[in-house]
Design a protein around this ligand. Structure first.
Ligand code: ZN
Ligand code: FE
Length: 776
């Protein structure tokens, strides 16, 4: 925001003047008021600064020249975490007052404006932590107005120390001196503490007995001896071991019953990351940002033990974001840092929950007595061709609201999907999205979901007057929508919600063409969808084309066992006698088992038709990588992408073109090409690459055709399949040459964690137009 533009109607001279400034944007809970105070005092101005529901309201009085200097300083050098989006300036009556004051927040100011995010420790605090002469030397809880815990310690609003989990620690004179000094970096830093008054670390053995000695030094020593440690962070515990110790990694895998799903790694600094991974400038910017998410980086250079991310081309990397992490990493360089939980259960964040993992998964626990008010996982991004796309939006981003495109006259609640639980609560165009709460099939995850929902409603003072949910009858969230007693309940088709989530992120006008590729979602016709081309508006949509419907034999079992879908795709190509085709018979050694599946498919018994493209990726992954059974979601697709990346891009048009006719896209030619090529000995990696090219090509051609028919020049992409970086990069390239505007997510994940936002926007549009009841 430019100061010159803000005061373009006002002339500032040497005479005494009084201005009122209203700053909007990210200006609260980021040390904005003390900075205003400092600049005002430095320029000898009188006046005041106060938080209000409109933003920060500043009044300054003094000579016009001094006010000008003040404004330039504030606009040019705001506090590091602040973003001034708007600055309204008006001239008011001179009062002749003297002195500058920071006033208490105006009562009635909606607390929603002060619900800040957790932030990585800042450079100033780190420098102090490393200074042996500083009172907070090696203090693992050092923080200031520019950094530290926020959301994860907030029990109630407004954001003020007695309403945080820091209330249990009474400030000593040193801290309270800094806390109340407007010229200090820690003025009103709510989590302020020092070794004299703050939380303390405790290292425990597997039976909960305290281990003597310096907790950090002892933890480091035991990690170096191969121990698995539970380490308390901002939003929960991590499980950690030395990344270079393959035996320790294996021990952690066995104990966590997690055979292959990749582990995230925390690296001491960028230099060490570069030894193991390729890093683009955009990836580096994200890694080093104050939000400090995990970023999926391409493996390169020095090798880490193969069991960190087996069969995967990427490593989930992040940098230390708490002072404690820095202390631990200084000695260890690279640590496995994976969320502490049992499969599908919520992240562990209390001492009681910690007991469940002690002895079973972790040998030691490095914990502390600062309570965690909200569980919050690490955020995850991937960055195809320099464009960051979130996979998990949590720590550092939640509870910052996302701006919706469809404003609604009443507050709304949208409950999201099932496997990546999030909800969205809205007031006007601000949409507050919860952190990612995992698979809601688990009862403990459901409890956590209810807890966070109650908590957000209370903290944000939002009483929803309508609730949106999926159309799937068996989702936990669909049932919850009925139990809340809020009317109307607006049911939104899953893929429509996906489409609208991207449209709203970019504020697009309707309609847009939408490519929604995911595992499975409940279709408007009771079938399972997941390979969809839609014409989407905010209120409703039309399904224009989809991947051919094929049976899903055994339902969930067909998702877990990719060989079943491979068989279904081969049957689609060769017919019922598929097992007698010579090039096929060798692929399924157990003929009896295969016949059972074929029978189910032929008779449609426990074999709902699905248009899911995720299942096509599974089938091809079985054919090329031989993955028979998966142990985590998308494992087959990830292996297929990794195989393709081994080959690199084949020269020329070495991929089959899959046609599109009358709404149904039949992948049979693609399967035929793969079977023929395998028989003639074509390299599997090259085939995996060709498969990705074919899919991207099919999408670009289909969108081009639909664009002509429906006179629509923009396309949006969503669904979990678009977490495939290779596919995204190929699509960027091919969409570029179509001349059609295309949009991928940037603020919300393409997977089902983004569905709550889409539902909220659909509901907002329907309510605003008085059509809350429409069904498609
Ligand atoms: Zn700091
Ligand atoms: Fe989905």
């Amino acid at each position: 925001m430019k100061w010159e533009e803000a005061i373009s109607d006002i002339s500032l001279g040497s005479g005494r003047t009084r201005l009122r400034l209203i700053a909007g944007g990210r200006v609260q809970g980021v040390g904005f008021r003390p900075t205003v105070y400092r600049y005002a005092v430095e320029n000898g101005l009188a006046g005041s600064v106060i938080n209000s529901s409109e933003g920060v309201v500043i009044e300054v009085e003094g000579s016009g020249y001094d006010i000008d200097d003040f404004g330039r300083a504030l606009a040019g050098k705001p506090p590091p975490l602040a973003v001034i989006e708007s600055l309204k300036v008006s001239e008011i009556e001179v009062t002749g007052e003297s002195g500058f004051s920071i006033d208490q927040s105006r009562s009635g100011a909606r607390s929603t404006v002060l619900f800040p995010v957790d932030t990585a420790v800042c450079g100033d605090c780190l420098a102090e932590m490393r200074d042996p002469g500083n009172r907070r030397y090696h203090y693992p809880f050092i923080n200031c107005t520019n950094c530290g815990p926020r959301f994860t310690i907030i029990e109630n609003l407004p954001y003020d120390r007695p309403l945080t989990t820091m209330k249990e620690f009474e400030m000593d004179r040193y801290c309270s001196g800094q806390y109340s000094d407007p010229m200090d970096r820690r003025f009103h830093a709510e989590p302020i503490s020092c070794p004299g008054c703050g939380p303390v670390l405790k290292l425990m053995d597997e039976r909960g007995k305290e281990i003597d000695g310096d907790p950090v030094a002892e933890t480091v020593r035991m990690l170096q001896e191969g121990a698995v440690a539970a380490i308390k962070g901002l939003g929960g515990y991590h499980l950690s071991c030395l990344a270079v110790d393959a035996d320790a990694v294996e021990k952690l895998r066995a104990r966590k019953k997690r055979p292959v799903k990749p582990f995230a790694l925390m690296f001491r600094d960028m230099e060490i990351i570069r030894r193991y991974c390729l890093v683009s400038p955009e990836e580096e910017e994200l890694l080093c940002s104050s939000r400090a998410p995990i970023v999926l980086l391409r493996k390169a250079g020095k090798r880490l033990p193969g069991n960190i991310a087996p069969g995967n081309s990427y490593i989930g990397a992040f940098l230390p974001y708490t002072p404690l992490h820095h202390l631990l990493l200084e000695e260890t360089g690279v640590l496995v840092m994976t969320s502490a939980n049992f499969t599908d259960e919520p992240l562990i964040s209390t001492e009681t929950e910690l007991e469940k993992v002690m002895g079973k998964i972790a040998d030691i626990a490095l914990t502390n007595n600062r309570k965690i008010a909200h569980k919050c996982d690490d955020s995850v991004f991937f960055v195809p061709k320099g464009r960051p796309i979130p996979i998990r939006r949590a720590r550092g981003y939640v509870p910052e609201p996302v701006r919706g495109n469809q404003s609604c006259p009443v507050p709304l609640l949208a409950l999201g999907g099932q496997e990546k639980g999030t909800f969205a609560l809205s007031r006007e165009d601000r949409v507050f999205i919860s952190s990612h709460m995992g698979d809601l099939g688990d009862i403990r995850s459901q409890e956590n979901f209810r807890y966070e929902l109650d908590s957000f409603r209370h903290l944000l003072e939002i009483e929803p007057e309508a609730v949106a949910c999926d159309m799937h009858p068996d989702y936990f969230t669909t049932r919850l929508a009925g139990e809340l007693g809020v009317e109307p309940v607006i049911r939104v088709q899953h893929h429509h919600a996906h489409a609208v989530s991207v449209m709203a992120e970019y504020g697009l006008e309707e309609p847009a063409l939408a490519v929604i590729f995911d595992g499975t979602g409940y279709g408007a016709n009771g079938k399972l969808w997941g390979g969809e081309f839609l014409l989407a508006g905010y209120r409703s949509f039309r399904r224009l084309a989809h991947i051919k419907n094929l049976p899903l034999p055994g339902g969930e079992m067909a998702v877990v066992q990719p060989w079943r879908m491979a068989l279904v795709h081969l049957r689609n190509l060769f017919g019922d006698a598929v097992l007698d085709v010579r090039s096929v018979s060798g692929i399924f050694p157990d003929r009896r088992k295969a016949e059972v599946i074929l029978n189910m498919a032929a008779r449609g018994i426990n074999a709902i038709p699905t248009s899911s493209i995720g299942r096509l990726f599974d089938a091809v992954s079985f054919l090329l990588c031989g993955i028979e059974e998966i142990s985590f979601e998308a494992e087959a697709a990830i292996a297929l992408e990794a195989l393709a990346l081994e080959a690199g891009r084949p020269s020329g048009n070495g991929y089959p073109v899959v046609g599109f006719s009358s709404g149904s896209i039949d992948p049979a030619p693609l399967i035929e090409y793969i079977i023929d090529s395998l028989r003639s000995g074509v390299d599997r990696a090259e085939l995996a690459f060709s498969f990705h090219m074919s899919i991207a090509d099919m999408v670009a051609k289909t969108i081009t055709e639909l664009s002509g028919v429906h006179q629509c020049r923009k396309a949006v992409f969503s669904g979990g399949v678009f977490q495939n970086r290779l596919l995204c990069e190929l699509l960027f390239e091919m969409m570029e040459s179509t001349g059609i505007d295309y949009y991928f997510h940037r603020h919300l994940p393409p997977n089902d964690a983004g569905v709550s936002f889409g539902q909220q926007q659909v509901a907002a549009a329907r309510i605003a137009s008085g059509e809350a009841g429409i069904q498609i």
